[in-house]
Design a protein around this ligand. Structure first.
Ligand code: GDP
Length: 441
């Protein structure tokens, strides 16, 4: 059912001072009344202290609840938030009591999905909710919040509005073909389509850097054996060391870890390397390294400070965006101007982080000026579809063209934008977007 009452723990389970449980849907207040003693819906949006009771009418906890009558709620439906003590017992028992009282366990992202279906958020904003929760670096959180506040949505909605106008003008042309001069000349109509297409082109062009910010830039370590790669990898992670995970499915595993350089998200990858003797490493390991290098946003080439780079190392620098770190600078000073680093003294680590962040995120480094941008492949695919449709439409404008065909293509482009914003109810799109959400959001 579209709006049956759902319930979920909105905070992570486990030892904590507080936990928050959300209950939403038609009939949510009836469910709440069975569990919350002396439940009141007025005044709304005011926290009240109450006893929370189990199905056996025994108290589970005393805590606060807040009532948000729809449509002025996160989901747009009636919603109740209960805050109780954290830990393993109280929240689980309270959720169970709310089940017993008639609410169904929410699916991942179901609260936000309802917010979209009720027009409280568009799909692009809903994705930003997920991004804000998943953000591991401050810059990611900043960009996600901007998207949630509607920066990208407004831009896309303006493009859509422009296309709807074009549709209106084209339908005038179709309805009154004998009129030589419609309200607007064909040249102006074509101009308006071209302007939308141009803005779409700009958004698509800026997409890779915004996607990189959302996903974290891939920084791949390269260098000869014993160059100090693993040591530097660990030093750069510092206390984030526990985040290191082995990437399965390779005989010589790559190790990847998420961290941030001065607030900018990076994924560090240390691979088996290209330089090891063939006897020591199977081909798959080399293949893994090659793939990582090819995908790298920045290669961090480690060359010992006391040694001149060889032709193999120079080749990497020529091929990929590379930052050369002259390692073990505590043993021998690096050449002037080079970036010397030492994991023993910590020399150069800060400069390495700063230089790498500037190299990778240079065009975005001023966060306050970040333009709204496409952050997912889903966005890019939709806009490319719109762009193709508009390219087909333009030659059909004017006396030589077919207005009906032009109108069809412009409608196609509008639909692509509608799907992107979630303005049309497309189950499949919603399923894909919300499948990665956490329960309770
Ligand atoms: P990898 O094979 O490139 O991953 O190199 P490792 O990180 O395993 O380092 C090789 C050797 O160099 C180890 O014995 C490290 O302890 C040593 N090493 C790495 N970084 C430094 C450094 O900054 N200073 C000094 N003195 N030794 C280092």
């Amino acid at each position: 059912m579209l709006s049956d009452p759902i319930v979920a723990l909105a905070t992570p389970p486990g030892r904590a001072a507080l936990a928050v449980i959300r209950l939403s849907g038609q009939g949510a207040f009836d469910v709440a009344r069975r569990v919350i003693s002396d439940f009141q819906t007025h005044p709304p949006r005011l926290a009240r202290l109450a006893s929370f009771l189990g199905a056996d009418r025994r108290p589970i906890d005393r805590g606060l609840y807040t009532v948000f009558p729809g449509p002025a709620s996160y989901t747009g439906d009636d919603l109740v938030e209960l805050s109780c003590h954290g830990g393993l017992q109280v929240p689980a028992r309270l959720v169970a009591a709310l089940h017993a009282a008639g609410a169904r366990p929410a699916a991942p992202g179901e609260f936000t999905r309802r917010a979209v279906l009720n027009g409280k958020l568009d799909l692009v904003q809903a994705e930003a909710v997920g991004d804000l929760i998943d953000a591991t670096a401050p810059a990611q959180a900043h960009a996600a919040l901007r998207q949630l506040e509607g920066g990208l949505s407004r831009r896309l909605a303006a493009l859509r509005e422009s296309l709807v106008q074009v549709q209106a003008l084209l339908s005038y042309d179709i309805d009154f073909p004998e009129e030589d001069d419609g309200p607007v000349s064909p040249r102006q109509i074509a101009g308006q389509i071209e302007s939308v297409a141009g803005q779409i082109r700009q958004l698509v062009a800026a997409a890779p850097s915004a996607e990189r910010l959302r996903e974290g830039a891939l920084v791949v370590f390269a260098g000869r054996p014993n160059a100090g790669k693993s040591s530097l990898f660990n030093a750069l992670l510092g206390s984030a060391r526990t985040l290191v995970t082995d990437i399965p499915g390779t005989t010589r595993d790559a190790v990847e870890a998420h961290t941030d350089f001065l607030g900018w998200p990076v994924r560090l990858a240390d691979t088996a390397g290209l330089w090891e003797a063939p006897a020591e490493i199977d081909r798959l390991g080399v293949e893994v390294s090659r793939r990582y290098l090819a995908a790298a946003d920045l290669v961090l080439l480690c060359v010992e400070a006391g040694r001149d780079p060889g032709a193999d190392e120079a080749a990497i620098v020529a091929e990929r965006p590379t930052l050369v770190a002259r390692t073990k600078s505590d043993l021998k000073a690096p050449p002037p101007g080079a970036l010397g680093v030492s994991v023993i003294t910590g020399e150069g680590l800060g400069e390495l982080r700063r230089t790498a962040a500037e190299r990778i995120f240079g065009d975005q480094i001023n966060l306050a000026d970040l333009e709204p941008a496409l952050t997912r492949e889903r966005h890019r695919t939709a806009l490319l579809r719109a762009q193709d449709a508009l390219a087909e439409a333009i030659p059909q404008i004017g006396a030589q063209g077919d207005s009906v065909l032009a109108a069809h293509q412009v409608r196609e482009a509008t639909t692509a934008l509608d799907e992107l914003l979630g303005a049309v109810d497309i189950e499949e799109v919603l399923d894909r977007v919300f499948s990665s959400f956490c329960v309770g959001k």
